[in-house]
Design a protein around this ligand. Structure first.
Ligand SMILES: [Zn+2]
Length: 300
Protein backbone atom coordinates (compact mmCIF):
# COMPACT_ATOMS: atom_id res chain seq x y z
CA UNK A 1 0.00 0.00 0.00
CA UNK A 2 1.22 3.50 -0.79
CA UNK A 3 -0.22 6.98 -0.25
CA UNK A 4 -2.00 8.18 -3.39
CA UNK A 5 -3.48 11.47 -4.53
CA UNK A 6 -6.52 10.83 -6.73
CA UNK A 7 -7.87 14.12 -8.13
CA UNK A 8 -11.61 14.64 -8.22
CA UNK A 9 -11.40 15.72 -11.85
CA UNK A 10 -10.20 12.25 -12.89
CA UNK A 11 -13.79 11.01 -12.52
CA UNK A 12 -15.41 9.61 -15.67
CA UNK A 13 -18.06 11.59 -17.51
CA UNK A 14 -20.64 8.96 -16.62
CA UNK A 15 -19.91 9.19 -12.88
CA UNK A 16 -20.25 12.99 -12.99
CA UNK A 17 -23.35 13.14 -15.21
CA UNK A 18 -26.66 14.66 -14.09
CA UNK A 19 -28.36 11.40 -15.08
CA UNK A 20 -26.16 9.40 -12.67
CA UNK A 21 -26.87 11.89 -9.89
CA UNK A 22 -30.64 11.69 -10.37
CA UNK A 23 -30.47 7.87 -10.27
CA UNK A 24 -28.27 8.05 -7.16
CA UNK A 25 -30.80 10.32 -5.47
CA UNK A 26 -33.51 7.66 -5.87
CA UNK A 27 -31.15 4.96 -4.54
CA UNK A 28 -30.26 7.14 -1.54
CA UNK A 29 -33.84 8.23 -0.71
CA UNK A 30 -35.51 4.83 -1.14
CA UNK A 31 -32.65 2.51 -0.07
CA UNK A 32 -33.09 1.14 -3.60
CA UNK A 33 -30.02 -1.08 -3.63
CA UNK A 34 -31.33 -3.18 -6.53
CA UNK A 35 -31.15 -0.06 -8.70
CA UNK A 36 -27.35 0.18 -8.34
CA UNK A 37 -25.91 -0.36 -11.83
CA UNK A 38 -22.39 -1.71 -12.28
CA UNK A 39 -22.48 -0.28 -15.81
CA UNK A 40 -21.99 3.13 -14.16
CA UNK A 41 -19.12 2.41 -11.76
CA UNK A 42 -17.45 -0.08 -14.11
CA UNK A 43 -18.43 1.34 -17.53
CA UNK A 44 -16.75 -1.24 -19.71
CA UNK A 45 -15.63 -1.02 -23.33
CA UNK A 46 -13.85 -3.45 -25.64
CA UNK A 47 -10.47 -3.18 -27.29
CA UNK A 48 -8.83 -5.65 -29.68
CA UNK A 49 -6.87 -7.11 -26.77
CA UNK A 50 -9.29 -7.14 -23.87
CA UNK A 51 -12.35 -5.70 -22.24
CA UNK A 52 -11.49 -2.56 -20.33
CA UNK A 53 -13.21 -0.20 -17.93
CA UNK A 54 -13.19 3.58 -18.20
CA UNK A 55 -13.33 3.90 -14.42
CA UNK A 56 -10.35 1.57 -14.04
CA UNK A 57 -8.50 3.59 -16.71
CA UNK A 58 -9.03 6.73 -14.62
CA UNK A 59 -8.09 5.03 -11.34
CA UNK A 60 -4.93 3.76 -13.04
CA UNK A 61 -3.79 7.34 -13.61
CA UNK A 62 -3.41 7.74 -9.85
CA UNK A 63 -2.55 4.14 -8.94
CA UNK A 64 -0.24 3.42 -11.90
CA UNK A 65 -1.97 0.09 -12.59
CA UNK A 66 -1.26 -1.19 -9.07
CA UNK A 67 -3.67 -2.74 -6.59
CA UNK A 68 -4.54 -0.13 -3.94
CA UNK A 69 -3.96 -2.63 -1.14
CA UNK A 70 -1.06 -4.93 -2.10
CA UNK A 71 0.77 -2.75 -4.68
CA UNK A 72 1.07 -5.54 -7.21
CA UNK A 73 0.70 -4.78 -10.89
CA UNK A 74 -2.80 -6.10 -11.49
CA UNK A 75 -5.90 -6.04 -13.64
CA UNK A 76 -8.10 -4.37 -11.06
CA UNK A 77 -11.60 -4.92 -9.79
CA UNK A 78 -13.40 -1.66 -9.09
CA UNK A 79 -13.55 -2.05 -5.33
CA UNK A 80 -16.02 -0.23 -3.08
CA UNK A 81 -13.93 0.70 -0.02
CA UNK A 82 -17.15 0.94 2.01
CA UNK A 83 -19.25 -2.04 0.81
CA UNK A 84 -22.30 -0.85 -1.12
CA UNK A 85 -24.89 -3.52 -0.22
CA UNK A 86 -24.04 -5.05 3.15
CA UNK A 87 -21.40 -5.09 5.87
CA UNK A 88 -19.99 -8.38 7.22
CA UNK A 89 -19.60 -7.04 10.77
CA UNK A 90 -23.17 -5.74 11.13
CA UNK A 91 -26.16 -7.77 9.88
CA UNK A 92 -28.55 -4.87 10.50
CA UNK A 93 -26.57 -2.44 8.33
CA UNK A 94 -27.89 -1.89 4.78
CA UNK A 95 -24.42 -1.26 3.40
CA UNK A 96 -23.19 2.11 2.13
CA UNK A 97 -25.58 2.12 -0.85
CA UNK A 98 -25.43 5.93 -1.20
CA UNK A 99 -21.66 5.68 -1.88
CA UNK A 100 -22.05 3.30 -4.84
CA UNK A 101 -20.85 5.97 -7.34
CA UNK A 102 -18.74 8.08 -4.95
CA UNK A 103 -15.26 8.68 -6.35
CA UNK A 104 -13.46 8.53 -2.97
CA UNK A 105 -15.17 5.17 -2.33
CA UNK A 106 -13.84 3.56 -5.53
CA UNK A 107 -10.40 1.93 -5.45
CA UNK A 108 -8.62 -0.42 -7.86
CA UNK A 109 -8.02 -3.74 -6.10
CA UNK A 110 -6.69 -7.05 -7.36
CA UNK A 111 -8.88 -10.15 -7.24
CA UNK A 112 -6.89 -11.67 -4.37
CA UNK A 113 -7.28 -8.60 -2.11
CA UNK A 114 -10.87 -7.83 -3.03
CA UNK A 115 -12.95 -10.93 -3.43
CA UNK A 116 -14.45 -13.51 -1.09
CA UNK A 117 -12.01 -14.73 1.56
CA UNK A 118 -10.30 -11.35 1.60
CA UNK A 119 -11.89 -7.85 1.70
CA UNK A 120 -15.29 -8.61 0.11
CA UNK A 121 -18.01 -7.12 2.45
CA UNK A 122 -15.68 -6.56 5.41
CA UNK A 123 -15.56 -3.08 6.89
CA UNK A 124 -14.86 -3.01 10.64
CA UNK A 125 -14.80 0.39 12.33
CA UNK A 126 -13.40 1.75 15.60
CA UNK A 127 -15.88 4.64 15.92
CA UNK A 128 -19.64 4.88 15.33
CA UNK A 129 -20.82 3.44 12.02
CA UNK A 130 -22.66 5.76 9.64
CA UNK A 131 -25.99 4.15 8.68
CA UNK A 132 -27.60 6.52 6.19
CA UNK A 133 -26.84 9.33 3.73
CA UNK A 134 -26.95 13.06 4.57
CA UNK A 135 -29.44 15.29 2.80
CA UNK A 136 -29.51 19.06 2.34
CA UNK A 137 -32.56 21.12 3.39
CA UNK A 138 -33.77 21.04 -0.25
CA UNK A 139 -33.71 17.20 -0.14
CA UNK A 140 -30.72 16.89 -2.41
CA UNK A 141 -27.86 14.65 -1.30
CA UNK A 142 -25.12 16.32 0.70
CA UNK A 143 -22.32 15.16 -1.62
CA UNK A 144 -19.59 16.67 0.57
CA UNK A 145 -20.64 14.27 3.34
CA UNK A 146 -20.16 11.36 0.91
CA UNK A 147 -16.42 11.96 0.66
CA UNK A 148 -14.22 9.55 2.61
CA UNK A 149 -11.99 12.36 3.92
CA UNK A 150 -14.93 14.35 5.41
CA UNK A 151 -17.10 13.88 8.48
CA UNK A 152 -19.20 11.94 9.26
CA UNK A 153 -17.40 9.13 7.36
CA UNK A 154 -13.97 10.11 8.66
CA UNK A 155 -15.08 9.78 12.30
CA UNK A 156 -16.16 6.17 11.71
CA UNK A 157 -12.42 5.60 12.03
CA UNK A 158 -12.32 2.48 9.81
CA UNK A 159 -9.80 -0.24 10.58
CA UNK A 160 -9.10 -0.64 6.86
CA UNK A 161 -6.60 2.01 5.81
CA UNK A 162 -7.58 4.29 2.92
CA UNK A 163 -4.57 4.93 0.65
CA UNK A 164 -5.81 8.45 -0.17
CA UNK A 165 -6.27 9.46 3.49
CA UNK A 166 -3.88 7.42 5.65
CA UNK A 167 -0.13 7.37 5.11
CA UNK A 168 0.73 3.64 5.09
CA UNK A 169 4.30 4.38 6.23
CA UNK A 170 2.88 5.22 9.68
CA UNK A 171 1.18 1.84 10.06
CA UNK A 172 3.53 -0.93 8.89
CA UNK A 173 6.95 -2.47 9.11
CA UNK A 174 8.43 -5.65 7.60
CA UNK A 175 10.34 -8.71 8.83
CA UNK A 176 11.64 -11.97 7.41
CA UNK A 177 9.31 -14.96 7.52
CA UNK A 178 10.79 -17.27 10.21
CA UNK A 179 10.30 -20.32 7.94
CA UNK A 180 12.23 -18.74 5.11
CA UNK A 181 9.09 -18.07 3.06
CA UNK A 182 9.70 -14.51 2.04
CA UNK A 183 9.07 -11.15 3.70
CA UNK A 184 6.13 -10.43 6.01
CA UNK A 185 4.35 -7.13 6.63
CA UNK A 186 3.31 -6.22 10.20
CA UNK A 187 1.03 -3.56 11.74
CA UNK A 188 2.73 -1.18 14.20
CA UNK A 189 0.10 1.40 15.23
CA UNK A 190 -1.58 1.37 18.65
CA UNK A 191 -5.10 1.18 17.18
CA UNK A 192 -4.27 -2.02 15.24
CA UNK A 193 -5.43 -0.45 11.96
CA UNK A 194 -2.31 -1.76 10.20
CA UNK A 195 -2.79 -5.23 11.70
CA UNK A 196 -6.50 -5.33 10.71
CA UNK A 197 -5.75 -4.09 7.19
CA UNK A 198 -3.30 -6.98 6.77
CA UNK A 199 -5.94 -9.46 8.00
CA UNK A 200 -8.74 -8.02 5.85
CA UNK A 201 -6.75 -8.02 2.58
CA UNK A 202 -4.56 -11.02 3.48
CA UNK A 203 -1.38 -9.08 2.84
CA UNK A 204 0.80 -11.94 4.12
CA UNK A 205 -0.46 -14.54 1.65
CA UNK A 206 2.34 -16.68 0.22
CA UNK A 207 2.45 -15.13 -3.27
CA UNK A 208 2.95 -11.67 -1.74
CA UNK A 209 5.60 -12.79 0.76
CA UNK A 210 7.60 -14.40 -2.05
CA UNK A 211 6.99 -11.63 -4.59
CA UNK A 212 8.45 -9.04 -2.18
CA UNK A 213 11.73 -10.98 -2.32
CA UNK A 214 11.53 -11.59 -6.06
CA UNK A 215 10.77 -7.97 -7.00
CA UNK A 216 12.61 -5.93 -4.37
CA UNK A 217 15.57 -8.03 -3.15
CA UNK A 218 16.56 -10.34 -5.99
CA UNK A 219 17.48 -7.79 -8.69
CA UNK A 220 19.84 -6.11 -6.18
CA UNK A 221 21.23 -9.44 -4.93
CA UNK A 222 21.89 -10.72 -8.47
CA UNK A 223 23.61 -7.53 -9.61
CA UNK A 224 25.86 -7.34 -6.53
CA UNK A 225 26.75 -11.01 -6.56
CA UNK A 226 27.64 -11.06 -10.24
CA UNK A 227 29.94 -8.06 -9.61
CA UNK A 228 31.52 -10.06 -6.79
CA UNK A 229 32.16 -12.95 -9.19
CA UNK A 230 33.77 -10.51 -11.63
CA UNK A 231 36.02 -9.19 -8.87
CA UNK A 232 36.95 -12.81 -8.08
CA UNK A 233 37.92 -13.67 -11.65
CA UNK A 234 39.88 -10.46 -12.17
CA UNK A 235 37.39 -8.67 -14.47
CA UNK A 236 36.87 -6.02 -11.76
CA UNK A 237 39.32 -4.61 -9.22
CA UNK A 238 38.15 -3.81 -5.69
CA UNK A 239 37.39 -0.16 -6.48
CA UNK A 240 35.20 -1.18 -9.44
CA UNK A 241 33.37 -3.72 -7.27
CA UNK A 242 32.67 -1.08 -4.63
CA UNK A 243 31.50 1.32 -7.34
CA UNK A 244 29.00 -1.30 -8.53
CA UNK A 245 27.64 -1.64 -4.97
CA UNK A 246 27.13 2.13 -4.80
CA UNK A 247 25.43 2.13 -8.19
CA UNK A 248 23.04 -0.65 -7.13
CA UNK A 249 22.26 1.05 -3.80
CA UNK A 250 21.38 4.22 -5.67
CA UNK A 251 19.15 2.14 -7.93
CA UNK A 252 17.29 0.90 -4.83
CA UNK A 253 16.76 4.51 -3.74
CA UNK A 254 15.47 5.49 -7.19
CA UNK A 255 13.09 2.52 -7.32
CA UNK A 256 11.76 3.28 -3.82
CA UNK A 257 10.77 6.76 -4.96
CA UNK A 258 9.31 5.78 -8.32
CA UNK A 259 5.53 5.71 -8.74
CA UNK A 260 6.03 3.05 -11.40
CA UNK A 261 7.58 0.56 -8.94
CA UNK A 262 5.68 -2.23 -7.22
CA UNK A 263 5.97 -2.75 -3.44
CA UNK A 264 7.17 0.81 -2.74
CA UNK A 265 6.25 0.56 0.95
CA UNK A 266 8.81 -2.21 1.40
CA UNK A 267 11.36 -0.44 -0.83
CA UNK A 268 11.11 2.71 1.30
CA UNK A 269 11.28 0.69 4.52
CA UNK A 270 14.55 -1.08 3.65
CA UNK A 271 16.23 2.17 2.59
CA UNK A 272 15.05 4.12 5.66
CA UNK A 273 17.81 2.94 8.05
CA UNK A 274 20.83 0.66 8.14
CA UNK A 275 18.99 -1.40 10.77
CA UNK A 276 16.11 -2.06 8.35
CA UNK A 277 18.53 -2.74 5.50
CA UNK A 278 20.51 -5.18 7.70
CA UNK A 279 17.39 -7.01 8.84
CA UNK A 280 15.69 -7.38 5.46
CA UNK A 281 18.27 -7.24 2.65
CA UNK A 282 21.61 -8.51 4.03
CA UNK A 283 20.40 -12.03 5.00
CA UNK A 284 19.74 -12.71 1.31
CA UNK A 285 23.32 -11.83 0.27
CA UNK A 286 26.42 -14.03 0.17
CA UNK A 287 27.99 -13.88 3.66
CA UNK A 288 31.35 -12.82 2.22
CA UNK A 289 30.00 -9.50 0.93
CA UNK A 290 27.54 -8.48 3.67
CA UNK A 291 30.02 -6.27 5.55
CA UNK A 292 31.21 -4.36 2.50
CA UNK A 293 27.62 -3.80 1.33
CA UNK A 294 26.54 -2.59 4.78
CA UNK A 295 29.52 -0.20 4.93
CA UNK A 296 28.55 1.21 1.54
CA UNK A 297 24.95 1.63 2.71
CA UNK A 298 26.10 3.59 5.77
CA UNK A 299 28.27 5.81 3.57
CA UNK A 300 25.48 6.95 1.22
ZN1 LIG B 1 -4.04 -6.64 -4.19
Amino acid sequence: MRFVIKPDNHKTAKLTSAQTYSELLVIARDVAKDDIKDTIYRESYSTDDEKKSRVEDQLSLSYHNKCAYCERLAKADIEHYRPKKKVSEDNMHEGYYWLCYEWTNLLPACVKCNREGAKHFKFPVIGTRVTHPSFLPDNNLNLEDNKAQNNPLLTENPYLLHPEIDNPEDFFDFFLDPNGEGIRIRGIDNDDRGKKTIEICRLNRQELRLERVENVINPFKQAIESSFVMWGNGSFNQAQFEQQILFQLNQLITNAGSVESTHTLLRKFVMKSHQNFSAIVLPFLNKKIRNVVLAAFKAI
